[in-house]
Design a protein around this ligand. Structure first.
Ligand SMILES: Cc1cc2nc3c(=O)[nH]c(=O)nc-3n(C[C@H](O)[C@H](O)[C@H](O)COP(=O)(O)O)c2cc1C
Length: 209
């Protein structure tokens, strides 16, 4: 997405329906656009009193279900947290549009279903290589550790060398319940909130920024 295309989003932010449409349009575009800040949201989880945040890559957006998907290591601590408490928040900011989007909703972990399989098939070998990690992410090591098998550090595996990685591959889907949108403008910021039920908009309101 070029800056010119991006600036079309939220260029005339007076209509709540258009803003909601633009949010999901820009989310979908961000999946394929490395220059868009929304491609790298921060996912926040909270479990047993511990709040954690981490950057993730947005991999798929289903506008019709108001659902977003990322992939991760099945052994990673964030999945334990989500299994304990599926309430999560996703934070997006794009510096060109100057729009922040906070999505709140329920996360689901997918391992062996159609959703996980589709993303696995769709992803490139280079983005799947990390799932060959021999150690559980976050394991304490006595030396600097890339957590890649020795023979994979300098090269990208072929598909048929990734079968062990499939065991560690999981998808997190986020069903969005609330979207909180904030546009920064020199002449005054604007803020709106949308709520969803079963993937459909149930309310949209302007908020004081
Ligand atoms: C730019 C960037 C993109 C990242 N993308 C992902 C991702 O898509 N999935 C993922 O699990 N971790 C991703 N990470 C690593 C996470 O931020 C985090 O360090 C890791 O997943 C461990 O998190 P956890 O200990 O909370 O489970 C990314 C990190 C950065 C800096």
């Amino acid at each position: 997405m070029t800056d010119a295309v991006k600036s079309k989003h939220f260029s005339d932010p007076v209509d709540l329906n258009t803003i909601e449409y633009d949010c999901w349009h820009m989310l979908r575009a961000a999946v394929h656009d490395r220059s868009c800040g929304w491609r790298l949201p921060v996912l926040a989880t909270c479990s047993n009193g511990e709040v954690r945040q981490r950057t993730v890559v947005l991999r798929k957006v289903e506008r019709s279900a108001r659902r977003i998907l990322v992939h991760t290591d099945l052994r990673s601590p964030k999945l334990k947290s989500i299994n304990n408490n599926p309430d999560v928040s996703w934070l997006f900011y794009d510096a060109v549009c100057q729009v922040q989007l906070q999505l709140t909703g329920l996360a689901t972990v997918h391992t062996d279903d159609k959703i996980a399989e589709q993303l696995w098939q769709h992803e490139t070998e280079s983005s799947l290589r990390g799932y060959l990690a021999p150690y559980v992410p976050g394991t304490v090591r006595s030396v600097p550790e890339s957590n890649l098998p020795d023979d994979m550090r300098q090269r990208i595996p072929k598909r048929d060398q990734l079968s062990a990685a499939r065991e560690n591959f999981a998808v997190i889907s986020g069903a969005v319940k609330i979207a909180d949108w904030l546009l920064l403008r020199p002449d005054g910021n604007l803020r709106a909130r949308f709520t969803y039920e079963d993937g459909s908009v149930s309310s949209g309101n302007w908020l004081a920024p």
